[in-house]
Design a protein around this ligand. Sequence first.
Ligand code: ZN
Length: 181
Amino acid sequence: MLFSNKKSLFYSILFFSFFIMTACQPDAVEDIAIAPSEPEIREFPLVDERLWPYFERFEDAARERGERVDLVTARISGKIEAIDQEHVAGLCTTFGNARPGSVTIDAEFWSRAGDLFKEFIVFHELGHCFLDRNHREDTFSNGQCVSIMRSGTLDCRDNYNVASRVAYIDELFEPSTVRLD
Ligand SMILES: [Zn+2]
């Protein structure tokens, strides 16, 4: 009886320490697991938060093409508000060398457009504001626009979609990728 009690005490201790170990481990694992999975949000303090993902994509697209673009350091600002001119989805306002350019996206366009169309317009405006590009109205023989830097006032047909976007972004950062001469 005495022996048996001792034995069960021993087992209790064993069990108890096992319990402590197993009870502690999940916490430790959880701590480690949570820390690195925190999503890293790149912030653009001068830009409307809704535009952040597109500004970040622009930087990523540049990096994928070997160019370093930092829109925070460049102090490009961005806002979403009503643009009075009809059929104008976005604007880039420049101030010469006085201060960095400012992107404005039309609020009504923003409320209706899908992700890819938003990307198209934001990239177009950053093409003006950051890359200093002017409009390019060239047209492929099938009538499609050569560049997302088309003005939209002439005749070429937009063809920005999941399949064509890589080539259009190549042209945005390096116009010579499409030569029509
Ligand atoms: Zn434009």
